[in-house]
Design a protein around this ligand. Structure first.
Ligand code: ATP
Ligand code: LTN
Length: 337
């Protein structure tokens, strides 16, 4: 900000609440890795968000480290990206509290993710699940990013963060930079393979709907062969999300992993039908995920390396986050320590 040559900042996070899916990759991580030269980047494991839904402690710890290995395997070089674990940077909780006091009950009540998750976890609708977007706004604003690369489903939370910026800056002056959501053109909303009406999700109870980054090729191929296509009699690969949502989803995935346009895909499979199309999508996904799986497995074996990455990441992130937090504490009237 002070410096005109300052690189633009990108920031995003994913909850280690389940194994990463093709949706998390195409909707988010792939876009992070493609731009890491151009931007100053912060990517984290949102473990504090994960506990809004009950987690098995050992599984949460394991998945947090696996997620870090997968970030690196997807191309996020720790030399060019600050990779850290959210709970290692206490400023997230600290700013999260302040922003809770600038986020309205009505705004939080409108969040689709809150409604979905409280319907799915009706025995545990806790305060954290409700105020989650205030913590997410803190995650973002501590680093003053220009862009927040996420899938379509997170747009509403980034919009709420923008409202908080407007409210807070309206009272105290120019404290926070206004962040923009950055949503990919293809892959912003990858749907379940078994239910094209629902988002592919890592906490989906039906394992046939989701493709996991670490999954074996034969399982991936089997899931694509069984993917729900449409009950029309046409048996023709054509992009029509309203009438043919299953085929449109497979076309989106194929386009995102091969770079081919929908027109090119329609031509490639003209006269061939779903029987040829579905395994082709499966093969393309297998080839995209193969190097990621192999590299993540290798990195996971090197615990000392992973530790050095998350320690250095937390140190760098804390340094930046603390600057913003001090400014905020001063503005709201806390006595300096
Ligand atoms: P959970 O089931 O634990 O809520 P999730 O699988 O829905 O998780 P998130 O952790 O909420 O995924 O999302 C991680 C990132 O990936 C976010 O930026 C989100 O927008 C993106 N993303 C997740 N699922 C999809 C999807 N199906 N299509 C496109 N982007 C997605
Ligand atoms: N809410 C997001 C994860 C998340 C995030 C963030 C994304 C937490 N904090 C900050 C971008 C920026 C999710 O559930 N996918």
């Amino acid at each position: 900000m002070e410096n005109a040559a300052r690189k633009k900042v990108m920031l995003s996070g994913i909850q280690p609440s389940g194994d990463l899916t093709l949706g998390s990759y195409l909707g988010a991580i792939k876009n992070w890795a493609e731009r890491d030269e151009e931007f100053d980047n912060y990517y984290f494991m949102a473990d504090m968000h994960s506990i809004t839904v009950r987690q098995d402690p050992a599984a949460l710890r394991r998945r947090t480290l696996e997620q870090l290995a997968q970030y690196i395997a997807c191309g996020l070089d720790p030399e060019k990206n600050t990779l850290f674990i959210q709970s290692h940077v206490p400023q997230h909780a600290e700013l999260g509290w302040v922003l809770n006091c600038y986020t309205m009950f009505g705004e939080l009540s409108r969040m689709t993710q809150f409604k979905d998750k409280s319907a799915k976890n009706s025995e545990n609708i806790n305060g954290g699940l409700f105020t989650y977007p205030a913590l997410m706004a803190a995650d973002i604003l501590l680093y003053q990013p220009d862009y927040v690369p996420v899938g379509e489903d997170q747009k509403q939370h980034v919009e709420l963060c923008r409202n908080i910026v407007q409210r807070f800056n309206g009272i105290y002056g120019d404290v926070f930079k206004m962040p923009e959501p950055y949503i990919p053109k293809v892959g912003a909303r990858v749907m379940s393979l078994s239910d094209p009406g629902a988002k592919m999700s890592k906490s989906d109870k039906d394992p046939n709907g989701s493709i996991y980054l670490m999954e074996k090729p034969e399982d991936i191929l089997r899931k694509f062969k069984r993917a729900v296509t449409d009950s029309d009699t046409e048996n023709c690969v054509r992009y029509d999300p309203t009438n043919k949502p299953g085929v449109a989803n497979l076309m989106t995935i194929y386009s995102a992993v091969t770079g081919k346009s929908f027109d090119e895909i329609e031509q490639e499979f003209a006269g061939k039908g779903y029987g040829a199309f579905k395994p082709a999508v499966g093969e393309a996904v297998v080839e995209t995920l193969r190097p990621i799986r192999e590299e993540a497995t290798r990195i996971l074996g090197d615990k000392a390396y992973l530790e050095s990455v998350y320690r250095a990441g937390a140190q760098k992130a804390s340094y930046v986050a603390e600057k913003t937090l001090r400014k905020v504490y001063k503005k709201v009237g806390f006595v300096a320590r």
